[in-house]
Design a binder for this molecule. Structure first.
Ligand SMILES: *Cc1c(COP(=O)(O)O)cnc(C)c1O
Length: 389
């Protein structure tokens, strides 16, 4: 069994996904959370308003999702936003003019855009650093550093950052740690257990899981931080709608079974690709030769469903993509269907070629988010496409 003990958890995550505080509606017994579309709520007392007054400030359906994600992540409070970027951007609003943020070098493209083109205009400085190099992290912490922003595994090279060590550095320097946990989900990795302050999600991906809703989540443990984040969620107003909150909750019920199946297939596919003569390199934390494999094993309960692999060049990638029949060729990940992405022209298109190549994001690199198809069908399909390369 894993040594990453579930803290204060009555059931395993697998069970808690179904049997949580929103197992049934306390009023009707309904086993699905009711969708409350009302934007405003009648107040019966002139002097004392009820729990809900206006849906931006509080909505029962959104609140159900917020409390479920808080339980799953081991936090005290969750917040649901209209997209992953809305969650991330709202969390950044905790910063003030003159503050500095240390950001993982291969951060998600949208977060890169937020940090470099928006936060900079508000006088918030940033430094990008390779977070697998803890000395580099320590060297780059400044007097005014307030946040260390981490993604592990990172995108698209699945680089592993040691969460415990980052938290140690952050605490010693009185800064907060934010972790984007989109690739892992609480089913595989719970950063709050390691002392991380804010966990962020694009719930668009694995949590909702069906490529049919955009959503973002944030979870915190400390009450003071929860109060500040709630104030920002209400002030900025990028909240998740009731329907979309319900869709995320429906997706969550099958999170464990989806991720288990997809991770199992991902390992099988990674092993197949690793021995293929046309594949130059495979990046997947579940492979023993993957850098950081042991660190990842020590802080998570699985390698997840995303892997990347390098072919010779752009021409090889073009031919491969034309002949791969099963995966959709698209931006995004974490869905029931397998998704093949081309980072050089999709997530990292904005980055100059030299910068990209320096980071290992070559013109031959492809990312595969493994879905729920039969893994042997997927392997046959990839094998077939590789014959043309
Ligand atoms: C997709 C993604 C985001 C952004 O989420 P949206 O829901 O698209 O706004 C942030 N971080 C990671 C790791 C992602 O994959």
């Amino acid at each position: 069994m894993s040594n990453k003990k579930l803290i204060d958890r009555k059931f395993s995550i697998q069970t808690e996904l179904l049997h949580n505080s929103h197992k049934f509606d306390p009023v009707t017994g309904a086993v699905s959370v009711p969708i409350q579309l009302a934007s405003t709520f009648h107040q019966t007392s002139f002097d004392e308003f009820g729990k809900y007054d206006y849906s931006r400030s509080g909505n029962p359906t959104r609140e159900a999702l917020e409390s479920v994600i808080a339980q799953l992540e081991g936090g005290s409070r969750g917040f649901a936003f209209s997209s992953g970027m809305a969650a991330i951007s709202t969390a950044f609003l905790l910063l003030s003019q003159g503050d500095h943020v240390l950001v993982t070098e291969d951060v998600y493209g949208g977060t890169y855009r937020m940090v470099t083109t928006v936060l900079n205009r508000f006088g918030i400085e940033h430094t990008f650093v390779d977070m697998t190099d803890l000395d580099a992290v320590a060297r780059n912490i400044k007097e005014n550093t307030k946040v260390i922003y981490v993604e592990t595994p990172s995108n698209p090279l699945l680089k592993i950052t040691d969460l415990k060590e980052i938290v140690k550095l952050a605490k010693a320097n009185r800064c907060l740690t934010f972790v984007d946990n989109t690739f892992m989900t609480p089913a595989l990795q719970r950063p709050l257990d390691f002392g991380v302050d804010i966990v962020l999600h694009s719930a668009t991906k694995f949590l909702a899981g069906h490529s049919d809703v955009l959503a973002g989540l944030a979870v915190v443990k400390k009450k003071e931080l929860a109060d500040r984040l709630y104030a920002l969620q209400n002030a900025f107003g990028a909240v998740l709608g009731a329907h979309d909150s319900w869709l995320v909750m429906r997706g969550l019920k099958t999170l464990h079974v989806r991720l288990t199946q997809s991770s199992h297939s991902a390992l099988k596919i990674a092993e197949f690709l690793a021995q293929h003569s046309k594949v130059e390199h495979v990046y997947y934390p579940g492979l023993k030769f993957h850098e950081g494999h042991l660190i990842h094993e020590s802080q998570s309960e699985g390698a997840g469903a995303v892997l990347s692999f390098a072919l010779k060049d752009e021409e090889a990638v073009r031919t491969f993509v034309q002949h791969a029949e099963i995966p959709v060729f698209a931006v995004s990940l974490g869905a029931v269907e397998s998704i093949l992405s081309y980072p050089a022209k999709m997530s990292h298109a904005a980055m100059p070629k030299e910068e990209r190549e320096k980071r290992g994001i070559t013109d031959g690199l492809l990312r595969l988010s493994v879905g729920l198809e039969n893994p042997d069908d997927l392997i046959r399909d990839l094998d077939h496409a590789l014959k043309y390369v």
